[in-house]
Design a protein around this ligand. Structure first.
Ligand SMILES: [Fe+2]
Length: 207
């Protein structure tokens, strides 16, 4: 068996490709931030997850199954944290796009109007969730039952384990913005909402 085959068996999860070039989100998010955030942090979550589950019964599960199997289990917290961070980051990259922002597709816009009284109300709630999340975490637009909601989660926590369907997310860990905005999380959040957020991706997730 070659070393490549060994690596494949020990490492069932892989870092998905970025859906855009490293510098495609500039000037809102720099290529430098993406190199560290995607290339180092996201990669490290993948690598650590693979190490933690190697040779265990979790190694044969999909990423979503690993998250479901370890959520809320104190003795599996490290595995949950790394698995959820792999999932959350992949979802975050898809929640952004060059020349994003603007207005949602009609199917989503209608739901946003019903839930938030309009797009501005929705963006305000997302910005508020992002800036009031104490410490590291995530701001999300989710579908709960038939209703759109904005929620925030701490650290690696994800709406996937809370009966909610994620539509889009904003990473508010410091590593997402500190190189570009230092402590100004509100500026980062507002810039993402105005310039990068991918409403089309959120609309697709409505299903
Ligand atoms: Fe992150």
């Amino acid at each position: 068996m070659t070393s490549m085959e060994n690596a494949g068996k020990a490492a069932p999860h892989v870092l998905p490709p970025l859906p855009f070039a490293e510098n495609a989100l500039e000037p809102t998010i720099s290529a430098n931030t993406i190199r560290v955030h995607y290339g180092k942090h996201h990669q490290k979550y993948v690598d650590t997850l693979n190490q933690l589950i190697a040779g265990t019964e979790l190694a044969s599960l999909t990423l979503e199954q690993v998250i479901a199997a370890t959520a809320g289990k104190a003795d599996k917290a490290s595995i949950f944290n790394n698995a959820a961070q792999v999932w959350n980051h992949t979802f975050y990259w898809k929640s952004l796009q060059p020349k994003g922002g603007g207005t949602p597709p009609a199917s989503l816009a209608k739901r946003i109007d019903a839930a938030f009284g309009g797009l501005e109300g929705c963006k305000k709630e997302l910005a508020s969730a992002a800036t009031t999340q104490f410490g590291s975490g995530w701001a999300w637009l989710v579908l709960e039952g038939d209703t759109l909601k904005v929620v925030k989660t701490g650290n690696a926590e994800t709406p996937l384990t809370k009966g909610q369907k994620p539509l889009l997310t904003i990473d508010v860990w410091e590593h997402a913005y500190y190189l570009d905005y230092q402590n100004r999380r509100d500026e980062y959040t507002n810039a993402v909402l105005e310039k990068l957020i991918n409403w089309g991706f959120a609309a697709e997730n409505l299903g």
